[in-house]
Design a protein around this ligand. Structure first.
Ligand code: URA
Length: 439
């Protein structure tokens, strides 16, 4: 088999066979196929696409390029949750203890943030001592004992995807739906939970700018998961403004703790409940969405989810006092209010600009090795639909450096769109695909 023939075949729009896909993934992972040939193939896929079979074969070949976790040591239906990435997305911090408090095992792999979107691991590291560097044995043991564990990518999951994603990133071949679907799902399938719930974001702060693209991605990922025997659900949610009010690591952790105390922002909690319902249904703990929602609400009202979160933080080495006294969490020494200059209604808050403001403050990573300042970020005082008067604060910046705060200020001003007319309410949940069926 020759890579040249495979590239040529895809260039002409023909279907690649399972053998050809296995050959190219294996060859590329081992370094036998050079970057220039793989780049040519990725570009051919961008123009010609891949069908369902090809996408599944590519995903499975990438999954099998590294370790596939064996979760059989964990009792019950294991559920995992994945978000395609957004600004202010602290969903996992609230959702995982809620679900675990219902006795559902949550075995989750998480990543660090890169660029303008934050990562769950960085947020969790706001708790002194907390570590996601678990061995697989500790991971299984923790899930069995307390029903939740979050592990960083300490095992070699889907190395083919890692190499290929780095190549796509520099060859303008990231934004092809089948390539994104196979990339995300190869890692999820290697993490090997029984049920996977996907939060597919749509809007200006998301990968998928339109609902149509987001549904197409959701559908492909659900198909891949079902094709490999997993229970699957995807919820398409709004990312046309940041989720909740807090953006930045410790600010987001504080908001997560507020949410676990029943004081979460409404837009954020809507997404948490929508995803939680899918996790509860997948784990067979409820028969209907309504029943699942009641169970989830009870974990908040009874503080069972808050206590589960504290238990989880402590089990992974963190200081659980911070859960009950969030005022201990670090906050930037400079607080600067972003003032509004016109009367009207907030019609949009460009999520990407807010994410970039937090990045400019030092709250994110420009490269994989950047240091993150956990104490900085942006608190949005006004969200979409709210009335604003001249002289009111739109947002508060938390910084440790005035120059950086000023740069963030400019971005936040640009992010806010103010209109004279009232703004219609926007649904946070655009739709759900449950086991292949649009709800
Ligand atoms: N996230 C991934 O893991 N892969 C992609 O291709 C895009 C986003």
């Amino acid at each position: 088999m020759r890579m040249y023939d495979i590239i040529n075949k895809k260039k002409r729009g023909r279907q690649l066979s399972e053998e050809e896909i296995n050959f190219l993934v294996e060859g590329y992972t081992k370094g036998e196929i050079p970057d220039y040939q793989m780049s040519a193939l990725m570009m051919a896929i961008c123009f010609q696409g891949m069908d369902e079979q090809e996408t599944l074969h590519l995903t499975l070949a990438m999954r099998d390029s590294g370790e596939v976790l064996d979760l059989s040591a964990i009792q019950g239906i294991k559920v995992d949750k994945h978000s395609t990435g957004g600004v202010g997305d602290k969903t996992s911090l609230v959702l995982t203890p809620m679900v675990a408090a219902l006795g559902i095992p949550v075995a989750k792999m998480s990543g660090r943030g890169l660029g303008h979107t934050g990562g769950t691991i960085d947020k969790l590291e706001c708790f002194p001592g907390f570590s996601t560097a678990l061995t697989t044995e500790q991971f299984y043991e923790n899930v069995n004992r307390i029903k939740v564990a979050i592990m960083g990518q300490t095992v070699n999951l889907a190395p083919a995807d890692k190499k290929l994603y780095a190549l796509r990133d520099v060859t303008a071949t990231v934004d092809q739906i089948s390539l994104i679907a196979s990339s995300i799902m190869s890692k999820k399938l290697a993490a090997n939970a029984d049920a996977i719930v996907l939060d597919v974001k749509t809007g200006n702060g998301a990968f998928m700018k339109t609902e149509e693209e987001a549904f197409a991605l959701a559908k492909e990922m659900v198909q891949i998961g079902m094709g490999s025997g997993k229970q699957m659900a995807a919820v398409v949610t709004d990312m046309d403004q940041p989720l909740g009010n807090a953006v930045g690591n410790s600010l987001e952790v504080k908001e997560a703790i507020l949410s676990l105390n029943g004081l979460g922002p409404q837009d954020f909690m809507e997404v948490v409940y929508a995803l939680g319902i899918e996790m509860v249904l997948a784990a067979d703990k409820a028969k209907t969405a309504e029943e699942a929602r009641v169970l989830l609400e009870q974990t908040i009202h009874s503080k069972a989810a808050l206590d589960k979160f504290a238990e989880f933080i402590e089990t992974q080495g963190g200081d659980k006092r911070y859960v009950y006294q969030p005022e201990l969490l670090p906050v930037g020494s400079i607080q600067l209010q972003v003032m509004n200059t016109e009367e009207g209604f907030v019609s949009r808050i460009l999520a990407e600009e807010i994410g970039l403001a937090s990045l400019a403050l030092g709250g994110g990573r420009l490269t994989k090795d950047s240091e993150v300042d956990l104490s900085v970020g942006v608190l949005l005082n006004k969200k979409r639909g709210e009335i604003v008067h001249s002289g009111e604060a739109l947002a508060t910046i938390f910084a440790n450096n005035m120059e950086k705060a000023k740069e963030a200020y400019g971005r936040i001003v640009r992010a806010y769109e103010i209109r004279q007319q009232p703004v219609a309410e926007v649904a946070m949940v655009k739709g759900i695909i449950r086991n292949g069926i649009r709800q």
